[in-house]
Write a new protein. Structure first.
Length: 388
């Protein structure tokens, strides 16, 4: 049945978890009801912080939820990882307001995944088109400058582009599991020089007497949370920012999604000295946050990258996404991977200018990814090309 009614929710709590999660699936945790609810209940993604939920749901004539979209009114562009500050400045220079804007994204989470959620039993094209029309219509009825869809999954790209949204590309660095039986088997695919460097980095950490514990969210206690949260928060403070997420958020996730949150805790003797916080999906690992209580040679690479790769090999996960940016990831086995965002700019003058900008920017991103791919550490056959 075709959806007949669109509703905009001021909290994810306004829809029951089972109905939302039936659409969200379980491939990754970020679009799940529990994750979005923890962001709201902890006070991290709420109107006070510039994130006003307007989650969109579509119901058919029987009142059954057949489509949904995570959605926020945003009063700024922080915590998005797709940078449009120059667009906001251009609006201001013309005496126009860029904020508030409408955003379909997972707060503070630059991970690609479904943003247009459709009931598998419904007409996928009709429901996707209805969701897109409802979101675009809301932006216009509320006189917002724009609607943005950040890091949509591949399955969302066709309907969004068909609706006329402007595609913008970016580049991240991901690791792919080629069926490695061990970390040594993975390193065996490196050139001799790069393999020697990786082993030297790992050896420095081991020779410093640093060991690692792996903890799932359900295995953490309050004292350990307090310690590792200080490491995480210090990373933000040292860059002059408040942490996006508070301790309450992590404890809620640990309680509600205990097997989806994984921490690698570095310790010297019994004392924790650093942490990397990951989320676990059905087939991928997502590296999200890092912090340390001091400076230790190569510890960041070991904790955030090598420990994550080992976890993927051990648990047969096919992909490891360690976060945005960072060419330093390439020598450690991560390869350039293109991501997208889609943008609906209401003012036709700005829409035309931004469409032209995005086209030219995409060419630069493609050239950048191709150039970086020449520096991956793997053995390359003469005719082998990196698949972007």
């Amino acid at each position: 049945m075709i959806a007949t009614r669109a509703r905009f929710l001021k909290s994810i709590a306004d829809i029951d978890a089972a109905s939302w999660n039936a659409l969200a699936g379980s491939r990754q945790p970020f679009v799940r009801h529990e994750f979005l609810l923890a962001l709201e209940q902890s006070g991290c993604a709420v109107p006070r912080t510039g994130w006003s939920p307007r989650h969109l749901v579509l119901e058919d004539s029987c009142g059954r939820t057949v489509g949904a979209m995570p959605l926020y009114r945003k009063g700024h562009s922080r915590g998005e990882f797709v940078f449009d500050f120059s667009w906001a400045n251009a609006y201001a220079q013309h005496g126009l307001k860029y904020y508030p804007k409408l955003l379909s994204a997972i707060p503070f989470t630059p991970v690609a995944g479904s943003r247009v959620l459709v009931d598998p039993g419904a007409d996928p094209l009709a429901v996707a088109d209805a969701l897109i029309q409802a979101a675009a219509g809301y932006a216009r009825s509320e006189q917002l400058s724009s609607w943005h869809v950040l890091f949509p999954g591949d399955e969302n790209l066709a309907p969004l582009k068909r609706a006329g949204l402007i595609e913008r590309r970016d580049c991240q660095f991901h690791w792919f599991n080629r069926g490695y039986e061990s970390f040594d088997a993975f390193l065996a695919t490196f050139t001799a020089e790069k393999r020697k460097k990786a082993k030297r980095e790992r050896r420095r950490v081991a020779e410093a007497g640093i060991e690692f514990d792996t903890r799932l969210g359900g295995e953490m206690d309050d004292a350990l949370w307090s310690t590792v949260y200080e490491f995480y928060a210090d990373t933000f403070y040292r860059h002059g920012h408040e942490p996006y997420l508070n301790l309450d958020f992590f404890k809620r996730i640990a309680a509600d999604m205990p097997d989806k949150l994984m921490l690698k805790i570095a310790r010297h003797g019994p004392s924790p000295i650093a942490v990397a916080i990951f989320f676990v999906g059905e087939d991928a690992l997502f590296g999200r946050y890092w912090g340390a209580g001091g400076n230790y040679h190569s510890l960041h690479f070991e904790t955030c990258y090598y420990q994550g790769i080992e976890y993927c090999i051990e648990h047969k996960l096919q992909r490891f996404e360690p976060g945005t940016q960072g060419e330093h990831k390439v020598p450690r086995g991560f390869v350039p991977t293109l991501t997208s965002s889609l943008h609906d700019i209401v003012d036709p003058r700005f829409s035309a200018a931004i469409r032209d900008f995005a086209r030219r920017e995409a060419q630069g991103v493609d050239h950048y990814a191709a150039a970086v791919s020449e520096h991956v550490p793997y053995h390359r056959a003469p005719d082998e090309e990196l698949q972007l």
